[in-house]
Design a protein around this ligand. Structure first.
Ligand code: ATP
Length: 273
């Protein structure tokens, strides 16, 4: 354990800029993520969250500055190979064939949408897939076929898939989008369970909804207009004042039982009696 704490950070972004079509999308963003930390990237629509997640997942290079993923500097390393060590959960998983949940999860080992012809998992790999399916609360759906799953079940199956290669880093891009309240709560419960089970795993979750933050969120970065507004331990960064600045709206933030909730702050004298 001690070794891991002092080892190279899982992610290190230093003064990164991203410019697309001449427009600055990210400016001077720095971020260090260490083993066991669970970060949330928060910001309004268009703040640059997905662009930053793309750098962290070795999907794109910064225009300026440096990005190190698992100790490897982007630009000096085979991006495809590096990506296979990062668990990146993309809710837009364009699987067409009716694979069973177990097989979908096993495609995390080949990093493919479909099962690779003639590739056969070992009994240990099948056991790992089934254990992860259980951890994500899908034990009763091991044999279920992809098209029959609800959106929430698919999302959780994709997290199990991303965990198959035992990544040190898990990236979650708006995992609760489109879920009803039960689906969202089941997702959060399962993310919480996996963060407790894999204590060295680091994660970065992108969202614009503070209600979606798992209670184990340790750190937060607030992005506004492509710039880092604040970053650090969750309880220091998530104040009504800073979140109001981030979303450019007066917001009152509360935390109950580890979960956050927000509502618009009303000017004094306008509340209901
Ligand atoms: N390839 C591109 N060319 C030009 N502009 C782009 C490109 N990609 C993204 N942008 C712009 O960069 C800004 C940040 O986009 P990004 O998707 O990173 O934001 P986001 O915070 O994830 O937003 P959302 O919450 O809406 O998903 C947006 O204004 C977007 O229109």
């Amino acid at each position: 354990m001690g070794l891991l704490v002092t080892a190279a950070p899982v992610l290190r972004v230093t003064d990164a800029d991203v410019v697309r079509d001449g427009n600055p999308i990210l400016s001077e963003v720095s971020l260090t993520v260490r083993a066991g930390e669970h970060w949330a990237l928060l910001g309004a629509n268009g703040a640059g969250k997905s662009t930053l997640l793309g750098l962290l997942g070795a999907l794109a290079h910064p225009t300026r500055g440096t990005v190190e993923v698992l100790g490897h500097r982007l630009g000096r390393v085979d991006m495809r190979q590096l990506r296979s060590y990062v668990g990146h959960v993309n809710p837009r998983h364009d699987l067409r064939s009716p694979l069973k949940v177990r097989d979908v999860v096993l495609t995390g080992l080949t990093n493919t949408l479909e099962r690779v012809p003639r590739w056969r998992p070992t009994p240990e790999q099948v056991a790992t897939a089934e254990r992860l399916i259980g951890l994500l609360g899908l034990g009763e759906h091991v044999e279920a076929r992809w098209p029959t799953l609800s959106q929430g079940e698919r999302g959780r199956a994709l997290i199990a898939r991303a965990l198959m290669p035992s990544p040190r880093l898990l990236l979650l891009d708006e995992p609760a989008t489109g879920l009803d309240v039960a689906g969202r709560e089941q997702l959060i419960e399962r993310i919480d369970a996996l963060q407790r089970t894999y204590s060295d795993l680091a994660s970065v979750l992108v969202t614009h909804h503070l209600e979606e933050l798992p209670p184990g969120t340790t750190h937060v970065m607030l992005l506004r207009d492509g710039r880092r507004l604040a970053a650090g331990p969750a309880d220091e960064v998530l104040t009504s004042d800073q979140v109001s600045k981030c979303f450019d709206h007066p917001i009152r933030l509360t935390r109950v039982d580890g979960r956050w909730s927000v509502r618009a702050a009303r000017p004094a004298g306008t509340g209901h009696v």
